[in-house]
Design a protein around this ligand. Structure first.
Ligand code: C2E
Ligand code: CA
Ligand code: CA
Length: 407
């Protein structure tokens, strides 16, 4: 039975693979006609030829030549009236800013899609077009960038390694701890960043096993370091998709208790954005996580919506200011003002304030002056494997001590 929907979709992206991949998914979901354009100019050409009949435009915002923002400005001038979905591999906050800009120009944005694109995400976009969508998809016809099976195998075969990125105290510049960041050791692609696979793990219901695994490996590593006399703490990222089970505090506690690590040396980082989904439930779980003795950090602070509410009600111990407010703050007044007030706010609530994404000496000096407690970023060091971290630490400590001697 052919349930193809009588709609036309235009996909604009400079990445030929993405064009092919998204077109394939759209066809699988029953879209009758998919047009493609490899850059903004070509997109404008296609649109101007058929401006009344393109129902949905899926547009990448990062393109060489005419980027997505210029492209949107142009189609707004041409009074394009179809629906738009923005699409990008850049930070979600940049994607949101572009969405607000497009809406302010009178365009009808119905959603954003983060890369890698999944069938589920595309299907929910098509649902917003109020058209029936074909639910049954033959999985064998869909080539995901990474599919669930491949990730499952990677988890079973233990192909997930932990990288450690140091954090230093702003005042003494001593290393206080590390953020533990998962990487997939992929036979073909080398180390793959979690941005490319965490969402697939979340969607496939494997995220609790994954978090437990990361937590376990990270605490085992900390256990070894503590035995070697290193005074360190760790921070581990917890997906918001995790926060739907009342026994999570016990699951996390168990993962840590397999080692001799005191639980208060472990901080769980939670991205602020989605906390409000079920407020009472999140509050219940987070409070019990705190009761077990874990530290709790609001990650990517400033990029979500419920900042004040979150600070007021949730039992956080740490505020981690997102890198978009740290990067270039020494040069840009408005970035600096946001950074300064976020640090003040965190301190007023008695939280440990961490600024991440520090890439230059000037930004590092600035955030220390503004009173944050800890600093993380490429300027200090990139995430590293455990043995590299130990090597780095001994060099760093030597230089830092020498540096302080001559101050
Ligand atoms: P995040 O928690 O915000 O982690 C910081 C990310 O910023 C890391 O990317 C890190 O490599 C990168 N970064 C650190 N310093 C700098 C800097 O100075 N400049 C720039 N431009 N970037 C910097 P990574 O490792 O690719 O991780 C991406 C995200 O994936 C993390 O963002 C975190 O949300 C998530 N993630 C990582 N590991 C896990 C995990 O075990 N579980 C879950 N649920 N999520 C994880
Ligand atoms: Ca984090
Ligand atoms: Ca972060």
């Amino acid at each position: 039975m052919n349930k193809k929907k009588n709609i036309r979709v235009l996909v604009v992206d400079d990445d030929k693979f993405m064009l092919e991949f998204v077109s394939l998914l759209l066809r699988e979901l029953g879209v009758s006609e998919v047009l493609v354009a490899e850059d903004g100019k070509e997109g404008l050409f296609v649109l101007s030829a058929q401006i009344t009949t393109v129902d949905l435009l899926i547009c990448d915002i990062e393109m060489p030549g005419m980027d997505g923002i210029e492209f949107l400005r142009n189609i707004a001038d041409q009074k394009y009236s179809g629906k738009i979905v923005l699409f990008s591999g850049v930070d979600s906050d940049l994607l949101k800013a572009t969405e607000r800009l497009a809406i302010a120009r009178g365009l009808h944005v119905i959603g954003t899609l983060a890369k890698p694109v999944t069938v589920g995400a595309l299907a929910s976009i098509l649902e917003k077009l109020s058209l029936p969508i074909r639910r049954m998809i033959d999985p064998s016809t869909i080539k995901q960038i990474f599919d669930v099976e491949e990730i499952k195998q990677a988890l079973t075969a233990d192909h997930i390694d932990i990288f450690f990125q140091p954090k230093i105290a702003a005042s003494s510049r001593r290393v206080t701890g590390v953020e533990c960041l998962a990487r997939w050791r992929h036979a073909q692609y080398g180390y793959v960043s979690p941005d490319n696979f965490i969402s697939i793990i979340e969607q496939s219901g494997l995220i609790n096993d994954f978090t437990r695994n990361v937590l376990k490996k990270s605490t085992q590593q900390l256990d070894l370091w503590l035995q070697q006399g290193l005074d360190l703490k760790i921070s581990v990222n917890v997906s918001m998709e995790n926060l739907d089970r009342f026994n999570l505090p016990e699951i996390y506690q168990e993962a840590v208790q397999d080692s001799n690590v005191p639980i208060d040396r472990v901080t769980l980082e939670i991205t602020e954005g989605k906390l409000g989904k079920d407020f009472a439930q999140s509050l219940d779980i987070l409070t019990r996580i705190r009761l077990k003795g874990f530290g709790l950090s609001i990650d990517d602070f400033g990029t979500g919506y419920a900042s004040m509410e979150t600070l007021k009600y949730m039992p956080f111990t740490e505020l981690k200011i997102d890198r978009i407010f740290a990067h270039g703050a020494a040069e840009d007044l408005s970035t600096r003002l946001i950074l300064e007030s976020s640090i003040k706010l965190g301190k007023a609530f008695g939280l440990n304030v961490v600024v991440e994404g520090i890439e230059t000496e000037a930004d590092c000096e600035l955030v220390a002056e503004l009173g944050c407690d800890e600093i993380q970023g490429y300027f200090i060091a990139k995430p590293m494997l455990a043995n590299e971290f130990i090597q780095w630490l001994s060099n760093y400590e030597k230089n830092n001590t020498d540096h302080r001697k001559y101050r």
